[in-house]
Design a protein around this ligand. Sequence first.
Ligand SMILES: Nc1ncnc2c1ncn2[C@@H]1O[C@H](COP(=O)(O)OP(=O)(O)OP(=O)(O)O)[C@@H](O)[C@H]1O
Ligand SMILES: [Mg+2]
Length: 307
Amino acid sequence: MRIDVPEGWEDKLADIVRGTVLIVGAVDTGKSTLVRYLWSRLAGRTDLALIDADIGQSVLGPPTTQTLRLADPEAPHTFPPRGRLACWFVGSISPRGHMLPTVIGVSRLVALAKRWRAQTVLVDTTGMVAPHVGGVALKWAKFDLVRPDVVIALQREQELEPLIAPWRRSKRFRLVELPVSPLVRARSREERVAWRQYRFRMYFRRAHEITIPARALALLGTGEPVPDRLIGFLDRHGFLLALGIVREWDGQEMRVLTPLRRLESVDAVRLGSVYLDETFRDRRYPERARSMHRQSPLARADHPSSE
Ligand SMILES: Nc1ncnc2c1ncn2[C@@H]1O[C@H](COP(=O)(O)OP(=O)(O)OP(=O)(O)O)[C@@H](O)[C@H]1O
Ligand SMILES: [Mg+2]
């Protein structure tokens, strides 16, 4: 694929991009494409890491998760990168109603990348930037927590002004403003749903069913692990080991579809806010009434708006 880069930026970008680099922009502005381009330009650096914090249209991990990957020292040019891996479970396909796990996840993954000695960390983000939905607050919280060295802002018209205007006068980070390429292709809502479905299907293709005595586990989140609900198996540091889809729940045990093979490292189970049907299409509410808990007030109150 030919990637359109604004004139004069080819060499400049590679020089500027050092430390923690946050890429921000509204939906369909070419954020992920820019990240991919930067990766190919910087691939000589073995200390390179990528964090895909876009929980809706994720490229590295399944939707609802944020993923950190280091460059593979054996194959630094490979994209998606294949090096050391860590994941964070947000449990939603949009930061709406999930602001805290979204910013905490990015912050934890950046800290981990640094602990793994990554010198350049590229962070791809969601397109949630509008102030009236909390996009500005979200991005500013990320600036405070992640303390980026560089923020690359992809702006089409004036839509990023509330987010970036004050930072033009700040010395906290270098703000690089880029126009949106005319070659950007907007994706329809249906394409986005289909992408998530494809990513989930790929993720669960080697999954098997396990039965877990739920009461023995730390169950985090509101509501019940009702059928179709997406859950995350977490390690003792809070990072995601694997996703699961609840198949059955009788209040004691849950039967879960998951690629996870060993339960030993599981410290807790976090309940997600999306439900996957048999075709792995995500919904905000469970479709099938397979459990008595579906009708309980708890189950109905546990999934705030997430799209
Ligand atoms: N600089 C570019 N040159 C050529 N094509 C581009 C460029 N940027 C984006 N595109 C095209 O537009 C499509 C959408 O771009 P991309 O996925 O990078 O946007 P995004 O901002 O990450 O979207 P989202 O908000 O959904 O995450 C890409 O599939 C790619 O084909
Ligand atoms: Mg993207």
